[in-house]
Write a protein that binds this ligand. Structure first.
Ligand code: PHE
Length: 452
């Protein structure tokens, strides 16, 4: 129960009240009263009735009349003294005469003001108007409906709809003992678990910063991909073992080939000339869970339209139909990157990779020759894993073969790499099983310290 609930309840039991009235009577602010009223409503003690009423905000013109009288009244007074139209002030001339005539206070005969009502009658009207004015100043409303209407019509008031909440006792029997304050602010609170980012999220964000600092732009792509972009665009022959069900997760339904038919036929030609087989568009239309983020790189290379140097990176999930063990996951993240620039060399590739791992705190890395269908030369990056006294593979890299980047965009060379995110994370967190990252063990997640 909110502090003050009992006071409010007692008040509404005696008579229904608006939240503003309750605020005034209890000395609490209206926001607190609204909260208390909602709580009482939730507990069945009260209902809240909301009504909208029209309020009038005095305009500058009305404020002008506040200290004196309305111009039609002063015109009438002057008429009583036998004044001429010419004797009137500008307000009296432009506004006063019109309303004095509408209200039947005066007539005009040959430039002379002629009173048509006596002083006490007009004085009565003047009194009503000043009373209305002081009510308006107090509450934004006035009881005299006729004058209220007139003031809107004369644009002396602006319209404003105001909501009023009335709190009404429901009749539910009250157990006052429930309203005693049970909350002791001096008792220390229990330790609460605070939320924190998962180590994978932390490292992902950190890598985004590193790659941005190195001048790379982030690429975006989907985890559901066509075989065309995941394999064919990367010069991976259609009978390559990695494309088999045993390695790749296929998804029901075909994915359309790119609309650019010339692009498709250039890729087809590269396969048929390079690998000597009949390229099948049906095979390329199969839908997969992407097996590597290099599919994203392929799409971005294909979008290159000029010779301007480009540096892109992506961090995303990939999927492999693979048995898991202490260093293998079937679903993991890759840090992908490409540099498309005529002047780039293989040594640049080694330098950039060394730089990225250096920024991650891995000084002891080595490169080994390797093979990928889409790069030449190709290499693997390894880091020394003290715990197991062995080198651990972090990812692959190379220069996209001309069979890849020429059909896609007519560019060469394009440096490329795809690195595991979880492997370095495993080393940083000193895990000896990579699967610990995804067991969702709260103790592990709470205690995991990732110093970046
Ligand atoms: N795609 C490769 C993998 O998943 C990595 C790679 C990317 C290799 C780019 C070379 C170039 O292992």
């Amino acid at each position: 129960m909110y502090k003050g609930s009992d006071k409010v309840l007692r008040l509404i039991i005696s008579a229904r009240r608006t939240t503003a009235e309750i605020a005034k009577e209890t000395g609490l602010n209206e926001d607190s009263i609204r909260r208390i009223a909602e709580a009482l409503k939730g507990d069945g003690y009260a209902t809240i009735e909301t009504t909208e009423s029209l309020h009038g905000i005095p305009t500058a013109e009305l404020e002008r009349y506040a200290g004196s009288v309305f111009p039609e009244v002063s015109v009438h007074r002057k008429a009583l003294r036998g004044a001429m139209v010419a004797d009137l002030t500008p307000d009296e001339k432009s506004i006063g005469i019109r309303w004095a005539r509408v209200k039947g206070f005066i007539a005009i005969e040959g430039g002379k003001l002629v009173p048509e009502k006596d002083e006490s009658e007009v004085g009565e009207v003047a009194k009503r108007m000043s009373e209305a004015f002081s009510q308006l100043a107090r509450s934004g409303r006035c009881e005299d409906a006729e004058i209220f209407e007139e003031l809107f019509e004369r644009r002396l008031l602006e319209r404003k709809l105001v909501k009023t909440n009335t709190v009404i006792y429901s009749g539910k029997k009250v157990d006052w003992s429930l309203f005693e304050e049970k909350f002791d602010v001096n008792v220390p609170g229990q330790n609460a678990r605070v939320g924190k980012n998962h180590p994978v999220t932390k490292l992902t964000n950190h890598l985004r910063t590193i790659m941005s600092e190195l001048g790379f732009q982030e690429m975006e792509g989907d985890i559901i991909e066509s075989s065309f972009w995941n394999f064919d665009a990367l010069f991976q022959p259609q009978d390559h073992p990695a494309r088999e069900l045993a390695d790749t997760f296929y998804i029901k339904g075909d994915s359309p080939l790119p609309e650019d038919e010339e692009l498709v036929s250039r890729v087809k030609k590269a396969h048929e000339e390079g690998w000597k087989y009949q390229w099948d568009p049906k095979e390329a239309s199969k839908t997969v869970l992407r097996t590597h983020t290099t599919a994203v790189s392929a799409r971005y290379v294909a979008a290159i339209k000029d010779k301007r140097p480009r540096k892109y990176f992506a961090i995303g999930r990939v999927f492999r139909n693979e048995a898991t063990d202490y260093k293998h996951l079937a679903e993991f993240h890759q840090i992908e990157g490409i540099i498309a620039w005529e002047g780039a060399t293989f040594t640049d590739l080694l330098g950039v990779l060394k730089e990225i791992y250096g920024k991650l705190g891995f000084e002891k890395i080595r490169f080994r020759p390797s093979f990928f269908p889409y790069t030449e030369p190709s290499l693997e990056i390894e880091v020394y894993f003290e715990e197991r006294k062995q080198w651990m593979e972090l990812g692959g890299a190379g220069i996209f073969r001309p069979e890849v980047s020429i059909p896609l965009a007519g560019v060469y060379p394009v440096l490329a790499w795809g690195l595991s995110l979880e492997r370095p994370l495993m080393l940083k967190l000193e895990l000896d099983d990579i699967r610990d990252l995804y067991r969702n063990d709260v103790d592990f997640l709470t205690s995991a310290r990732l110093d970046l």
